[in-house]
Write a protein that binds this ligand. Structure first.
Ligand SMILES: Nc1ncnc2c1ncn2[C@@H]1O[C@H](COP(=O)(O)OP(=O)(O)OP(=O)(O)O)[C@@H](O)[C@H]1O
Ligand SMILES: [Mg+2]
Length: 259
């Protein structure tokens, strides 16, 4: 019996900028339907990893596979096809500022999926409702929303396209803890309903504990620990302990001092 390949495979990824080595043999598999969180300090290469996965950066070495197929060096047409599998919630939600909330959600459905405006609006209203925004929000502009409301629109927009894979970039950064929890619960709910595979980068441990099936720690260009979220407190790795407890003293600080 052959096992299904992982949905996402990052294999021995290397990336440097000039002399600065950012990714130095990063390995990570994400199984279909799984939610994996990558945590790591500022500048550890989290965003660079995500950009490699989205094809915005090309790794210097290693491979990225989706459903068992390499996506390094593929044609633009093939890349467009692959990108249809991805949904993304950007750090600042990155809504289209000149469009209403409703049109932010319908845009990808009409343009990307060729739906009629009517069909797209029906879906958009239902997704907005799912994230707790009633009809009164539909015709507001993004500038009229709070940070948490913007994130919710961003989430509605990402899940409306029913992507197979959703990438979350710091989904709770800049939100108060209550709104952070609401977003975390919505991420869990929306992705479970879709059966989507999700990869999230964050340094918010509270968020990781809610949304992750497995947590991976990125440090010095490699995944130094990966395991189920309930094992993160007993990893036995002093770098993981220091990070999750937010301690200033420990092996990570020592390395910073050497720089
Ligand atoms: N296009 C680029 N050119 C040169 N250096 C880059 C580029 N993109 C990222 N870097 C460097 O790569 C390193 C990792 O950056 P990255 O943005 O992945 O960090 P991060 O883990 O996402 O950090 P943060 O938590 O602060 O967002 C940093 O030292 C950064 O300066
Ligand atoms: Mg980043």
């Amino acid at each position: 019996m052959t096992e299904a390949p992982p949905k996402i495979r990052l294999k021995n990824l290397h990336k440097r900028f000039g002399d600065k080595v950012v990714l130095n043999g990063l390995n990570l598999d994400v199984q279909e339907g799984e939610s994996v969180v990558i945590m790591g300090g500022s500048g550890s290469g989290k965003s660079v990893s995500l950009k490699c996965l989205l094809g915005l950066l090309t790794p210097d070495g290693g491979d990225i596979q989706i459903d068992g197929k390499s996506i390094i060096g593929i044609s633009e047409d093939d890349r467009d096809e692959i990108n249809k599998k991805f949904g993304m919630l950007f750090q600042h939600a990155a809504l289209f500022d000149s469009m209403t909330v409703l049109n932010n959600v319908t845009f990808g459905l009409t343009r990307g999926k060729g739906m009629s405006a009517e069909e797209a609006e029906t879906i958009a209203y239902s997704k907005l409702e799912q994230v707790g925004l009633d009809e009164s929000f539909a015709h507001r502009m993004p500038a009229e929303l709070s940070g948490g409301q913007r994130k919710r629109v961003g989430l509605a927009r990402a899940v409306a396209l029913e992507p197979e894979i959703i990438l979350f970039d710091e989904p709770t950064t800049g939100l108060d803890p209550v709104m952070g929890d609401i977003i975390n619960e919505l991420i869990v709910e929306c992705t479970r309903d879709l059966g989507a595979t999700t990869l999230t980068i964050t340094h918010d441990m509270a968020s990781s504990r809610i949304i992750a099936d497995r947590i991976a720690m990125l440090h010095q260009g490699k995944i130094i620990w990966v395991g189920p979220r309930d094992k993160v407190d007993t990893s036995g790795d002093p770098r993981v302990d220091q990070f999750i407890n937010g301690r200033t003293e420990g092996p990570i600080k020592m390395e910073l001092r050497r720089l």
